[in-house]
Design a protein around this ligand. Structure first.
Ligand code: GLY
Length: 566
């Protein structure tokens, strides 16, 4: 154990010294193991664990903890997430460590005394925070890992203690959030700066280092009990927060049955409720194939229209029926009935836009700052892990004395059920706020198996665009035979029922957009959609050797690493 620890420290020392030169690798090829995530700092250390006796779970824990330090926009210990994993023995794991509403939360908590909705309160500050789940999730994952936790957390502690040079993208994001940091924190934080952040500046987080050391030494109790819990509650008491010591003590990660379905000769494992992601993914494959995708060309207007109309219907269902399964009355599995989905597409007409007036309303304003880690190891384990603080830097509130950002996940509830919110959209009762209820998510960590072996590991951030991006990436490969790079880098488009328009990334051919407008669609160009992290494993037909391609999205600082063994 001591050796591991020493070796790890050497590795981290090496990483930190050379980080100024460490740039992202976007496409990596190998044959034994791979890691793809939002930052090279995390993937290098996760890969180190894989190469020194760890498996995919060890690597995922290290990646998640390092991201909590080097990617505070979304990497976290103050948020939550979901893991889908496939073990080498054929066992599948689905772990839910999504945040829950505090026990004092209630349906009208964002409505003031005069009856007016205060939507900013669910988006930033202490009242926007759900009870964090990430550390409970990590300690469940540890049950499948091989290395000591002290080894796995060591790189994160180093980065927090010694600092690391930030990228230009991160400097811009920190600068853009200064006002919010100042508004939501009474004490100075590691993220506030007396001048502008610039690329290469060191971000040092000594308070976070101490919290991580406490978690290293005391395990899950180092977060949910004792000093860290006290500091979280003290932060709540500084104004508006309602998370209690009991809320923290009671938090438990939940094992669920993964949502599984077959598509062509592949088996997909993905996330059930409280994420809408897996249900939407299955609905999209079922609805598009009920009309027929096979004779269409990749991203030709007709193919895009078919996907758009399937998305319209899937997001309509999301808005009305989906929520924490412990709280909703209807059985969500009926949304996956083949006949039901076929019927949903019966009024689809090629060349003619549908209308959301006929179908209802959704919640298009989920935040998009989430982060995804895809990992495969040499033994045949695969991990697909998506975690989030919700908004960029979550609630923008740092737990004073503990140095980590809390989520603003309460905004993923329908903050005023049944009544249009400030953007004119409504959410259903299924996702109304209730004490200890989980807010509906869109996160879609997914593993595709072929003949029982991992073939694809995929996921992305992107709020409500997550299932769209995962679907379009998988469809590019499974329906259109696109390469992994083409699938990730292809422009994405998105429809979510309301507002009734197609959102497109920059760069679609003008003729394609003209054709879609002619069909009756409103089109809006928007910022990049998702940052997909993809691993594809194929087997050589002759010698049965594995080939791995790992692709990190160009839309961020994301990084892919693989290993080539004999
Ligand atoms: N906060 C983003 C999601 O859970 O979908």
């Amino acid at each position: 154990m001591r050796n591991f620890f020493l070796i790890t420290l050497c590795c981290c020392f090496f990483s930190i010294q050379s980080l100024a030169q460490l740039s992202s690798i976007k496409v990596a090829k190998g044959n034994s193991m791979a890691v793809v995530c939002a930052s090279p700092y995390a993937s290098v250390d996760a890969m180190y664990m894989l190469k020194h006796g760890g498996n995919a779970f060890d690597a995922a824990i290290t990646a998640q903890l390092v991201l909590a330090v080097v990617y505070p926009q979304a990497g976290n210990i103050g948020g939550g997430g979901f893991m889908i994993a496939h073990q080498k023995n054929g066992n599948n794991i689905c772990l839910d460590f999504r945040e829950v509403a505090p026990s004092k939360a209630h349906k009208d908590m964002y409505i003031d005394a005069s009856g007016k909705l205060q939507p900013q309160l669910s988006k930033e500050g202490r009242l926007s925070c759900g009870v964090p789940g990430t550390i409970a999730g990590i300690f469940e994952m540890l049950k499948y890992a091989k290395l000591p936790f002290s080894t796995l957390i060591a790189p994160a502690i180093e980065y927090a203690k010694d600092g690391f040079p930030i990228t230009e993208r991160m400097a811009n994001e920190l600068n853009a959030t200064q006002t919010e940091f100042l508004r939501n924190n009474l004490n100075p934080t590691a993220f506030t700066y007396n001048t502008e952040w610039k690329a290469g500046d060191m971000l040092v987080q000594p308070e976070l280092a101490k919290t991580l050391e406490l978690i290293r030494d005391k395990g899950v109790k180092g977060f949910y009990k004792g000093k860290t819990a006290r500091l979280i509650v003290a932060e709540m008491k500084k104004g508006g927060g309602i998370i209690t010591r009991k809320d923290l003590k009671q938090y438990k990660a939940i094992y669920r049955t993964p949502l599984t379905f077959d598509y062509k000769s592949h088996q997909l494992l993905t996330m059930p409720l409280p994420s809408s992601g897996g249900i939407i993914l299955q609905q999209l494959f079922a609805m598009t194939s009920s009309v027929g995708m096979d004779n269409l060309l990749f991203q030709e207007p007709k193919a895009m229209q078919l996907v758009v109309e399937a998305e319209r219907r899937a997001f309509a269902d999301r808005s009305t029926y989906m929520g924490d399964p412990a709280f909703i009355k209807n059985n969500p599995m009926r949304l996956l009935d083949e006949q039901y989905l076929k019927k949903r597409m019966q009024d689809f007409v090629f060349g003619k836009a549908g209308s959301s007036n006929v179908t209802g309303a959704g919640n298009p304003y989920e935040s998009e700052e989430t982060t995804h880690i895809s990992i495969v190891d040499e033994e045949g384990n695969a991990v697909s892990l998506t975690t989030t603080l919700n908004g960029n830097f979550g609630s923008k509130t740092v737990v004073s004395g503990a140095g980590f950002l809390l989520n603003n996940e309460m905004d993923d509830f329908s903050i005023q059920a049944g009544v249009p919110n400030m953007y004119g959209v409504t959410g259903g009762d299924a996702n109304a706020i209730a004490p200890r209820k989980k807010m509906l998510s869109s996160m879609t960590p997914t593993i595709v198996l072929r003949d029982g072996y991992p073939e694809i590991v995929v996921g992305t951030p992107g709020g409500s665009t997550i299932p769209t991006s995962v679907y379009q990436t998988l469809s590019a490969i499974l329906d259109f035979n696109k390469s992994p790079e083409e699938a990730v880098y292809a422009r994405k488009f998105h429809h979510q029922w309301t507002p009734d328009k197609i959102f497109v990334e920059e760069g679609f051919a003008e003729n394609t957009l003209i054709d879609l407008r002619r069909m009756g669609y409103q089109i809006q160009q928007r910022s990049p959609i998702g940052r997909t992290e993809l691993i594809v494993i194929t087997q050589n037909a002759t010698d049965k050797k594995k080939n791995i391609i790992a692709v990190a999205d160009k839309r961020g600082d994301d990084d892919a690493r693989t290993e080539q063994s004999e």
